[in-house]
Write a protein that binds this ligand. Structure first.
Ligand SMILES: [Zn+2]
Length: 290
């Protein structure tokens, strides 16, 4: 009997130790992977010789950021702030909006614009201020071809991690100023980097007179899966009033070639299904200028 208790004790402690070390592993792994990312970042940087003047996403690439942070769900924020946070348009009409984040990116934005022009449909671009400064001619082309421009911050920080209202205000107003120079008006459409927000950030953006445009269909194009898979992510989840999230830009080692190709499947298929592509302000019937 005594032996049995000892056995039980050992089994229990070994389970506890395994669980505990598993926990330590998770945290240790997180820390290590961050370090490795930074090392690789630096190495890749050297090897591929990134253009020095290409403005980076200061909060990091989509993939690791989205996996690491779990901010307040946009669905909850939309319920809390229905006047400010928008996930989709009216579901009563077959109208949908394509949206593109992280441009203007000289490697991909113009190709996205080419495809949109080919199908003669408008879209909404949430641009980074730092990139708009570097490539104003691409933003000008977007506007000239009937697309709408929104604010996606200046350097693309992770606003939840920064946890600082001043950072938000600086990022947003600096971008607003830059865009005003190019567009001749102040945009009132905003999309958060990674879609990461919390109550106080939403309240600040409302104070700054912004509509926060989230999405209801995520193409997950930043995972850089084959075009057919990106298209399936959209086509399998599309609905009347959908706001579809895609990217015309990315980190310096990102590749949006598959996004561009997927558009050639997404656009004609949805048109055949009777959907009409409109800009976000058209879809929501809201002003896009302050
Ligand atoms: Zn972004």
């Amino acid at each position: 009997m005594k032996m049995n208790w000892i056995k039980v004790f050992f089994i229990l402690t070994s389970i506890a130790t395994t669980q505990f070390s598993g926990l330590i592993d998770v945290y240790a792994h997180d820390e290590v992977s961050t370090q490795v990312d930074q090392q690789l970042w630096w190495k890749k940087d050297r090897n591929k010789q990134k253009e020095d003047d290409f403005p980076e996403l200061s909060g990091g690439a989509e993939n690791p950021e989205r996996n690491r942070q779990q901010p307040i769900s946009n669905i909850i924020l939309q319920q809390r702030y229905p006047e400010t946070v928008v996930l989709q348009g009216p579901t009563t009409e077959n109208r949908i909006a394509l949206t593109f984040d992280d441009g203007p990116d000289p490697r991909f934005s113009e190709q996205v614009l080419d495809v949109l022009r080919e199908y003669n449909i408008p879209a909404t671009f949430f641009v980074m201020g730092s990139r708009a400064v570097a490539y104003p001619e691409i933003v000008e082309r977007m506007v000239a071809e009937g697309h709408i421009i929104g604010n996606h911050t200046y350097f693309h920080p992770n606003l939840v991690k920064e946890a600082d209202l001043d950072t938000l205000e600086r990022e947003v107003t600096r971008t607003e100023d830059v865009l005003n120079e190019i567009l001749g008006y102040r945009t009132r459409l905003f999309r958060a980097p990674y879609g990461f927000l919390y109550n106080e950030l939403v309240e600040k953006l409302a104070e700054l007179n912004y509509s926060i445009i989230v999405w209801s269909v995520d193409s997950l194009d930043w995972e850089e899966e084959p075009p057919a898979e990106i298209a399936a992510n959209v086509l399998n989840h599309v609905h009347p009033g959908a706001i579809i999230l895609m990217h015309d830009g990315g980190d310096w080692d990102a590749d949006r070639t598959n996004t561009i190709e997927s558009l050639r499947q997404i656009i004609p298929t949805l048109q055949q299904q009777g959907y009409e592509f409109v800009t976000v302000p058209e879809l929501l019937n809201i002003p896009y200028q302050k």
